[in-house]
Design a protein around this ligand. Structure first.
Ligand code: SME
Length: 154
């Protein structure tokens, strides 16, 4: 199987996941916590990541939001760890090897690679989506592209 076929199948998985999330988020009475809970569960169950969840901006720090996976640290300062850096630098961050990221916050020793995607509301970052993998080099630009699309639906 060529690399392009592998990538295509990941793209196809994201494309069908996006259809599922569209249907989850189309109902009346949207609630951001409920929507984050279902989005984290939908991503987590499709790909079987180690940890999938949100940290919400509350004042000058990130506070743990809806997630799937083991327990995690509850508060992260702006600029700290991968999540706080994504917020401070206002960009998606892909970390192929968490041991190589200065200041990485190890909520779990099982986590080996990570992606953090900012969630915008009215042009401001309101949360970040954080996904951890037990394997090195799990995330790439395809994950970034589709995860950015997914969080824009919130
Ligand atoms: N590793 C993250 C902290 C959150 S946990 O992985 C769930 C970081 O460095 O921001």
């Amino acid at each position: 199987m060529s690399i392009s076929q592998i990538e295509k199948s990941k793209e196809e998985r994201y494309q069908s996941l996006i259809k599922v999330i569209e249907s989850l988020l189309c109902g009346e009475g949207r609630d951001i916590i409920a929507d984050m809970a279902n989005v984290s569960a939908a991503i987590h169950s499709e790909f079987g990541f180690w940890w999938t969840g949100f940290y919400r901006v509350v004042g000058n720090e990130l506070v743990l939001g809806p997630f799937q996976g083991p327990v995690a640290c509850t508060r992260i300062a702006k600029g700290r760890g991968v999540c706080g850096t994504s917020w401070a630098q206002e960009r998606t961050i892909i970390v192929p090897d968490v041991d190589q990221f200065p200041g990485h916050i190890a909520c779990s020793s099982e986590s080996r690679s990570e992606i953090v995607v900012p969630v915008y509301s009215n042009d401001e970052i309101a949360a970040v989506l954080d996904i951890d993998s037990q394997y090195l080099n799990t995330f790439d630009e395809i994950d970034a592209k589709y995860l950015e699309q997914i969080v824009s639906m919130l």
